[in-house]
Structure formats: structure tokens, C-alpha cells
Design a protein around this ligand. Sequence first.
Ligand code: BTN
Length: 242
Amino acid sequence: HSIHYLDSTDSTQKVAHKLSQEGCPEGTIVIAEEQKNGRGRLTRHWYSPKYTGVWMSIVLRPNLSPQKAPQFTLIAAIAVVQAIEELTNVLPEIKWPNDILINGKKVTGILTELQADVDKIDSIIIGIGINVNQQLSDFPDELQSIATSLAIESGRKITRAKLIQCILMKIEKYYHVYLEKGFAPLKILWESYAISIGKEIIARTVTGEIAGRAIGITNEGILKIEDDAGIIHEIYSADIEI
Ligand code: BTN
């Protein structure tokens, strides 16, 4: 594997996209100490201050159709949840599709992006941002009520290199499970960490709101919501309110 370690960059996603276009091998990793222009979902900014977090992007090249891409967000989420649990003894929860929460506050975001044509993925770029050693006062005011870090929640400083190592080992493991056995075993594992399943939620999509009970995810990793009329909606992308 090749690991690109950067002191500072605008976004590890951007660097990974470029490496991917240049034909980098599967398993290429980009890690930065700081991102000046970290990207979140839905064109949001991702706050990525120096030395306190894990800001990394992973390039995979599965031979699959682009419809399978959302599954990779879920696979990465399983790996991150388990790594956090192993290193801190705090068990985080997953909020579909990509938020990892501790005590209801966001500790990790995952952004999965693609280089693909209509029927084949060329590369999938999984960006993972983890708030590790920040104290609450280190977060900007607007984030203090919604964000947290592993240090805040576990009461101690976490070695980021260990966390990265643990996550990469788990992603590799579950990627192989996926290639050999498909998504089914991972879907069960993912659902066991998910908070939204079985709960009444509101999904805000680009086209409007859908309220109902989250009943699970499909084999593609798409969220299923049953509304009061018993109609099942499949949600590809939304913000979820629980
Ligand atoms: C989200 O919750 O909106 C997703 C946040 C993803 C942030 C990570 S940090 C590493 C990688 N590089 C980026 O610019 N974004 C992702």
C-alpha cells in the first residue's frame, strides 16, 4: 500500500481524487495533519484543525456498478465504530448514512465519492474525518452543541496513529468479507450499531420531507422508511432527524 502523509492540504479527498485519476493502486491512503478546506456531505465544510483529528481518504477499486457505492460508507462506518470501541471502550452509534455519534453528538463523518462511468466504478474514495483530541472549547461556537471528540467522551488522549492502524485493518477485513460474501453479513452488523432503525424519523431530502419509521436498509445500503399509510420509501440521500 502507499500512504501519502501530508502536513497540510486543502482536502485529502481532493488529493485522493487526483492520485486516482493518475492511476494509483487500490489501497492508496492520504492522511493529513490539517485540512484547510475539508469537505463534508452536501457541499458542507468539514472543520479539520491541525494535530487533533484523523483526516484521511482511502482509494478502493472494486469491480462493481456505481449503485453499490453507498455500501462502502456503511462498511467504513462499521470499521470506525469498532476501532473506536476497541481503543476507548466507548461504543458509538451510527446515524444513517454516515454520521457516527457518541451521546448524540457527532464524532465522525464519512464522505464516499466515486470516479465511475454508468456501469462500472473506476475508483471509490472514502473520506473519514474523526474528531480525536479536541476539547470542547477548541470547536467553533456553532459546533459546540453538535460535535464531540473521542478525548471529550473517553476522558483521555487517544493516539491517532493507533486509531488509523486499527481502522485500516478493519476496513481491509470487511472489504474482503464484502468481496467474498457480499453485503448481507455487513448489513446485519451495520444495523446492530444503527440508532435510527426502528425509530420514528424525519428524512429531509432535496425534494422534500418524509416522516415515518426507519425499518432498515436495503441490500444496497439505502434507508427504508415506512410512513403512516404503510408506504415504504427508499431514501438515497437525506438528513435524518430522530
Ligand atoms: C460529513 O459528515 O459531511 C462527511 C465529512 C467527511 C470529512 C472527511 S475528512 C477526510 C476527507 N477529506 C475531506 O475533505 N472530507 C473527508
